[in-house]
Design a protein around this ligand. Structure first.
Ligand code: THU
Length: 163
């Protein structure tokens, strides 16, 4: 037997000024996307902005429903909109931000498991790493691939592939 260790690397930024301009623009787009949030039940506004390989930015926000499970997270709203409208464009980077009644959450909002699984699928479909940016009030985290948020991904398309 072998005892193994999994190491996940990511960047913590303490100001958007430390980020490259394209990522700064994406963070601003995710913050702006929160305006479209429909969250009368949770009052938690989530915005997502997805940059495609050609630079196009697709926004999404959480859309809730009185029948709770019918609602959808911001990340999937953005990813499905991009998948539907730009089926041939690989996903490059997804930025996510959440706000409660006090504004942008101090701790960066982290995507739910179902959204991570959907990210993994589109990463495989695009054939390149999908980067993820999690925006908090005083800290922004950047991951260079979905695998870092979802180790041991179930993926029958690219079984065993490592970016
Ligand atoms: N939500 C998202 O939009 N993204 C996440 O990553 C976590 C949760 C939404 C779902 C629901 O509308 C609200 O936040 C509270 O869970």
């Amino acid at each position: 037997m072998i005892n193994r260790k999994l190491v996940i690397e990511y960047i913590d930024y303490f100001s958007v000024d430390e980020m490259e301009p394209a990522d700064r623009e994406l963070v601003a787009a995710a913050i702006d996307a929160q305006k479209g949030s429909y969250c009368p039940y949770s009052h938690f506004r989530v915005g997502a902005a997805l940059r495609l390989e050609d630079g196009t930015i697709v926004k999404g926000s959480n859309q809730e429903n009185n029948a709770y499970p019918a609602g959808l997270c911001a990340e999937r709203t953005a990813m499905f909109a991009a998948g539907a409208n730009y089926p041939d464009k690989a996903f490059d980077t997804l930025a996510i931000v959440g706000s409660d009644e006090n504004g942008i959450c101090e701790t960066p909002a982290t995507p739910c498991g179902e959204c991570r699984q959907v990210m993994a699928e589109y990463q495989a479909k695009g054939g390149r790493p999908l980067k993820i940016i999690l925006v908090g009030r005083n800290k922004i985290q950047k991951f260079s691939k979905v695998d870092d948020l979802l180790p041991f991904i179930f993926d029958s398309i690219t079984a065993g592939q490592v970016f």
